[in-house]
Design a binder for this molecule. Structure first.
Ligand SMILES: [Zn+2]
Length: 287
């Protein structure tokens, strides 16, 4: 457990060894458990998946109300239908594989940001997509399914709780160091704040690989051509230039991502050789 903590925390804090040991001791005593991801990886968990869902809901509602106040929620019937249909098919498959997610409040906010190429899904199935994805990448349905399959997989694999744990570990570490160095004034942010921070932190490369694999499987079972995973990443890479898409800063690519995705395609295609489309589970488009 502590080795996981030190991986996240110690590089972030420039403190002496005695302080490091004290901070790690404090954090270890606060650990609820280490969890195991669906692919068998050990995960740092300072917060339970259930609490991550509760706190993510708070963070989501505050984010959405802010977007609404700034008139940034898209209300385009054709785009809403497209997003709800593709996402709804992925959700049907997600619920088949993880039945407890049937009670999640699956929803998507479509955010009017034509320059932002990004999407995310919090714990509990609350998602956002930015219009830059469509405006800049001219996505096919199958490519959009790959993005959302990947995002939904982050939530299914409890990556939100893992990211929140990272955010909290860093904050707690800062508080602990502050307390021990006569700087007790630094307050710990709430867990809802950690949920908000979590979606802006880069995922670990291991979490990315996990979401790539699970996401491609969701998209194939939902009826979308797996070749789209490769064409999507080619489009993302071509966006590079002076300002790489935000998606790539929160989703750092393992060096061999495209090769790894391409290698998975033949086996994935066998899961749904006729490309049968899944039923559309209701997904609320947030307005
Ligand atoms: Zn990702």
């Amino acid at each position: 457990m502590c080795c996981l903590l030190s991986e996240f925390l110690v590089p972030a804090l420039n403190v002496n060894n005695r302080m490091k040991r004290l901070v790690l001791l404090l954090l270890c005593s606060l650990l609820t458990a280490c969890a195991t991801s669906p692919t068998g990886r050990s995960q740092l968990m300072l917060i339970s998946p259930e609490s991550a869902i509760v706190e993510s809901k708070k963070a989501y509602l505050s984010t959405v109300s802010e977007l609404d106040k700034n008139d940034k929620l898209v209300n385009d019937p054709a785009l809403s239908r497209r997003v709800a249909t593709i996402t709804g098919r992925l959700v049907t498959v997600a619920i088949e594989k993880f039945p407890y997610t049937a009670k999640w409040e699956w929803s998507v906010a479509i955010v009017d940001e034509p320059d932002v190429v990004n999407a995310w899904c919090m714990a509990g199935g609350r998602m956002a997509v930015y219009t830059g994805l469509f405006d800049k990448l001219h996505l096919t349905d199958a490519e959009f399914a790959q993005i959302m399959g990947h995002e939904i997989s982050h939530a299914l694999a409890n990556h939100t709780a893992e990211q929140m744990s990272r955010a909290m570990a860093t904050t707690l570490g800062v508080v602990a160091v502050g307390a021990m160095s006569d700087r007790p004034g630094i307050a710990m942010g709430g867990a809802a704040m950690a949920a908000k921070v979590a979606i802006s932190l880069p995922n670990s490369r291991t979490a990315e690989t996990e979401a790539d694999t699970m996401g491609m499987e969701l998209a194939v079972l939902a009826g979308y051509d797996p070749d789209a995973a490769v064409s999507l990443w080619e489009k993302m890479a071509a966006q590079g230039g002076g300002r790489p898409p935000e998606f790539l800063s929160t989703h750092p690519a393992p060096g061999n991502r495209e090769t790894a995705l391409a290698a998975m395609i033949p086996a994935m295609r066998k899961l749904n050789p006729t490309g049968k489309l899944a039923a559309v589970h209701p997904v609320q488009i947030v307005r």
